[in-house]
Design a protein around this ligand. Structure first.
Ligand SMILES: [Zn+2]
Ligand SMILES: [Zn+2]
Ligand SMILES: [Zn+2]
Length: 212
């Protein structure tokens, strides 16, 4: 594994086009959708929000198109076999951004990718620590969660609940649990999967190329 890519630092909101504030925004019919008004040059909070949502949706669709079923299966198999994700992505001519971007919007892909990353991660790395993420370049779910918590600005909180200080990972896919409160799974789909499949891939022996 290598260290060169901050795979989780991809933030698609910062990539947004800076609106041209110099262009005069003529009066528009209020019936036009915010997105239409953005395209016509209206720059306000509502149209900007619609524009960013549109950008995101189109980027997600593009990521899904680039990662066809064959490519996905290949990524999972290689990653589960221990090859680094950047290396695998490079060999397939897709970006790690596309792979992780899709994981943000596709719960099934997220589950399978996390399972593959867990299966293929090296044994001699302190997983679940920022060191694992930074020094060893590990992008397994536990290391990503640790790094995620590490990067949070340390603002003093009014109440610190002990249960929330430890990184929490989904019992099924190993992905980060971001919702508050006591939870075992990152998403309803993981909870369902876990309940339905008696031999869910998470059981310590992920079988990521078993597509469901
Ligand atoms: Zn790790
Ligand atoms: Zn499970
Ligand atoms: Zn999960």
């Amino acid at each position: 594994m290598n260290d060169q890519l901050g795979l989780d630092n991809f933030d698609d909101t910062t990539a947004a086009v800076t609106p041209s504030l110099t262009r005069a925004a003529p009066l528009r019919a209020r019936s036009a959708s915010p997105l239409t008004r953005w395209r016509q040059g209206d720059r306000d909070e509502e149209t900007r929000t619609a524009h960013l949502a549109d950008l995101r949706a189109r980027r997600n669709a593009a990521a899904a198109r680039r990662l066809g079923p064959g490519t996905r299966t290949h990524v999972l198999r290689e990653v589960a076999a221990g090859r680094g994700l950047p290396e695998v992505a490079n060999a397939l001519g897709v970006s790690t951004h596309a792979i992780h971007g899709l994981a943000r919007v596709d719960a099934s892909w997220r589950h399978d990718l996390n399972a593959a990353l867990l299966a293929g991660r090296p044994a001699d790395v302190p997983h679940g620590t920022p060191t694992g993420y930074r020094r060893h370049g590990c992008r397994c779910p536990e290391c990503r969660v640790a790094q995620h918590h590490q990067d949070k600005p340390r603002r003093p909180r009014k109440r610190i609940r002990p249960a929330q200080t430890a990184p929490r990972v989904c019992e099924c896919c190993g992905g980060p649990i971001t919702a508050s409160g006591p939870r075992r799974f990152c998403s309803p789909s993981c909870a369902t999967r876990h309940a339905v499949h008696a031999t869910c891939s998470c059981g310590g022996v992920p079988a990521p190329d078993t597509r469901r």
